[in-house]
Design a protein around this ligand. Structure first.
Ligand SMILES: [Zn+2]
Length: 258
């Protein structure tokens, strides 16, 4: 079954809306990924994970569609390295709202915002909190490395969590687009990370203040085989959550108790 929205005709999409398909919008970015990876990493990974998740949802007997990936997000903290395209928050929020409103006008009632970029996390949470009561439909939002944290931790050997241009992201790029990984440049990312200060407090920082190479984590431990296992495990973990009927049956508007 075709799951890519952009490949279907309008009449087919009207039918998918009648069938109650969930609509997955991958939200990513275009930002520096160290000395060895292209700026399009988050977009490629978000798109691949969304497509594989939709296939896993379909395998569970539900319908799912994947919209084209939002390729730019909130990446001010990467700008100093060059190559990065960022939006400001009002433009980003308006873009997401415009896409979600369009999807709802065509009769779909289950919207998933699948985030693939750390810089979008806080904004997408706020946008979801804003749009859900305003539009009156369930919007499920998550960042894939939190939704599939246990599966990712099981596979990684030198990191406990997915980071940036790291063991996990480099592995998945080696699996999806090996032609775009400059493996001989990976040693340039070594030993460049400043320790985090004052855990539990927050301040804005450029990635350059944390890592001179723009990499957080350990790309030297990456492999294509690990990348393929990550894709499979993430898609399965996320699909399992999306197919839980309770996720969509919660009371989206609070009723006053008697
Ligand atoms: Zn990113």
């Amino acid at each position: 079954m075709e799951t890519e929205w952009r490949r279907l005709r309008a009449d087919e999409l009207r039918e998918r809306a009648r069938d109650g398909a969930m609509v997955i919008l991958p939200v990513a970015s275009l930002e520096q990924h160290g000395p060895h990876l292209p700026v399009e990493v988050d977009t490629m990974l978000g798109e691949t994970i969304a497509r594989r998740t939709a296939a896993a949802v379909v395998a569970r007997g539900e319908q799912a569609l994947v919209l084209p990936t939002i390729w730019t997000g909130l990446s001010e903290h990467h700008m100093s390295f060059g190559g990065t395209i960022t939006l400001d928050y009002p433009a980003f929020a308006a873009l997401i709202e415009g896409v979600v409103r369009s999807v709802l006008r065509h009769g779909f009632r289950r919207v998933v915002l699948l985030n693939a970029h750390g810089g979008n996390e806080n904004a997408l949470r706020t946008i979801t909190d804003d749009l859900t009561p305003k539009l009156g439909v369930p919007i499920v939002q998550f960042t894939y490395w939190y939704a599939a944290a246990a599966a990712i931790a099981d596979i990684l050997e030198t990191q406990t969590v997915l980071s940036h241009a790291c063991e996990a992201e480099t592995s998945m790029m080696m699996a999806a687009r090996p032609d775009l990984v400059a493996g001989e440049r990976i040693p340039r990312a070594r030993a460049n990370v400043a320790p985090d200060l004052a855990p539990g407090v927050y301040r804005w920082r450029s990635i350059a203040a944390r890592s001179a190479s723009g990499v957080l984590g350990n790309p030297e431990a990456a492999s294509a085989e690990k990348g393929e296992r990550l894709f499979a495990a993430i898609a399965e973990a996320v699909a399992r959550k999306l197919c839980d009927p309770e996720l969509w049956q919660l009371p989206w508007q609070a009723e006053p108790s008697a």
